[in-house]
Design a protein around this ligand. Structure first.
Ligand SMILES: [Zn+2]
Length: 319
C-alpha cells in the first residue's frame, strides 16, 4: 500500500516535471523558509470568507552584494505590504505563504525572458491582445528552465503567485520607427509578470512566476506586476489603450504613482477581471477553499472566463 502510494506520487511528480516542458539542464533548488515571524505579522489581517491570492517569495542567497545593496528582502517585503493595501481596496487580500531562500544556478541571476526569433511586429489588423494569441510569446528556454528549477512542485502551482528575485531580467519588443520600419529593442525590467495576455503559452505549472528586482518606475513594482498577472491586462487605463510604456499618473497599470483598480467599462473592467482571476479563492471558516474557474483558452485577454468584461479596440502599434 505504502509503496503504491509512493509510486503514484513519484509518477505524478515526474509527470508534472515533464509537463512543464523544461525537463533538462536545471537542478531543483533546495529552499529553506526564513522570516516566519515576519510572514505571520504580514498576514495578521487575513480573514476567512474574502477573495484571496496566495503569494510565495523566493529570495536567493547567492545574489551579488552590489545588487543587495540596492534591493534587499526588507524592500521587497515593504513593497508586498504596499501591494496588500492596494489590492485590499479592490476587495482582494494577498496571503503571504512563505519567504524562502536558497542557492540558485548563477546563470539564472541574469536571464533573457523572451526572444523575437519567431515573432513579428503585430498590430496591423488586430489589437495587441488578439495578435498575441497568433504569435507565441518567445519565452526563452533559459527562462523556462530557471522557473522550473526555482518553483517547487506543488498541487496548486498553477494558481499560486511566486515572486522570484533575479538580478537582471531582459525582455525584447519591437518599436515602430516609421511606416514600414520596426526596431528590435531589449530592455531591462524592474519586474516582469509573464501574464496570460502575452504569454498564453507559458507552461501551466510555471504561470504564477513574477520576477522582481527594482523599486521603480512605479510606486509599487510588486502591486503593478500583480496587476498584470491577476487582472491580465497590459499598460492601460480608462481611454488609454495598452502600450509598452505609458508614463502617466492614474491607475495601477500605468508607469506612475497611481494605484486605482477601477470597475466598469470606463475602468476597463479591471476590478471585475481581478475577481475572475483563477488565482483567486475564498476560504470558508472550516478551511474549505472555493477557487475561481480556470482559464478556458490558456488565459489570453479575451479568454471566455471574462465574458463581456473585455474592451474591444482597433489595431495599433503597441505590443
Ligand atoms: Zn507593467
Amino acid at each position: 500500500m505504502r509503496l503504491t502510494r509512493i509510486l503514484i506520487l513519484a509518477s505524478v511528480l515526474s509527470f508534472a516535471y515533464l509537463a512543464s516542458g523544461f525537463s533538462e539542464g536545471a537542478e531543483r533548488v533546495e529552499w529553506s523558509m526564513i522570516r516566519q515571524d515576519t510572514v505571520h505579522e504580514v498576514n495578521g489581517d487575513i480573514r476567512a470568507g474574502l477573495p484571496t491570492v496566495d503569494v510565495g517569495i523566493y529570495f536567493p542567497d547567492n545574489l551579488d552584494e552590489a545588487f543587495t545593496n540596492e534591493y534587499s528582502l526588507d524592500i521587497l517585503i515593504r513593497d508586498f505590504v504596499d501591494a496588500k493595501a492596494i489590492f485590499e481596496v479592490a476587495g482582494v487580500q494577498l496571503n503571504l505563504l512563505w519567504i524562502k531562500t536558497g542557492t540558485i544556478d548563477p546563470s539564472f541571476l541574469e536571464i533573457q525572458a523572451n526572444t523575437l526569433n519567431s515573432t513579428t511586429p503585430g498590430g496591423f489588423y488586430v489589437n495587441m491582445y488578439r495578435d498575441s494569441v497568433r504569435q507565441d510569446s518567445g519565452l526563452t528556454r533559459e527562462a523556462g528552465e530557471a522557473f522550473d528549477s526555482i518553483i517547487e512542485v506543488d498541487r496548486d502551482n498553477h494558481r499560486t503567485v511566486y515572486l522570484v528575485v533575479l538580478q537582471s531580467v531582459f525582455m525584447s519588443f519591437y518599436e515602430q520607427l516609421d511606416e514600414r520600419t520596426w526596431e528590435a529593442r531589449n530592455i531591462t525590467t524592474g519586474g516582469l509578470s509573464f501574464p496570460g495576455y502575452s504569454y498564453p503559452d507559458m507552461p501551466r505549472r510555471l504561470r504564477g512566476a513574477i520576477t522582481v528586482n527594482k523599486t521603480y518606475p512605479v510606486r509599487s513594482v510588486v502591486a503593478h506586476e500583480l496587476g498584470h498577472k491577476l487582472m491580465n491586462v497590459s499598460h492601460e487605463y480608462r481611454d488609454v489603450d495598452p502600450q509598452h510604456e505609458v508614463r502617466a499618473e492614474g491607475g495601477l497599470m500605468l508607469y506612475g504613482s497611481g494605484t486605482d483598480i477601477l470597475s466598469g467599462a470606463e475602468g476597463r473592467w479591471h476590478r471585475e477581471r481581478l475577481h475572475l482571476s483563477p488565482f483567486v479563492y475564498v476560504e470558508s471558516s472550516d478551511g474549505a477553499r472555493r477557487w475561481n474557474p480556470d482559464y478556458e483558452e490558456g488565459g489570453h485577454y479575451y479568454d471566455p472566463i471574462y465574458g463581456d468584461k473585455v474592451v474591444h479596440f482597433g489595431p495599433g502599434n503597441a505590443d
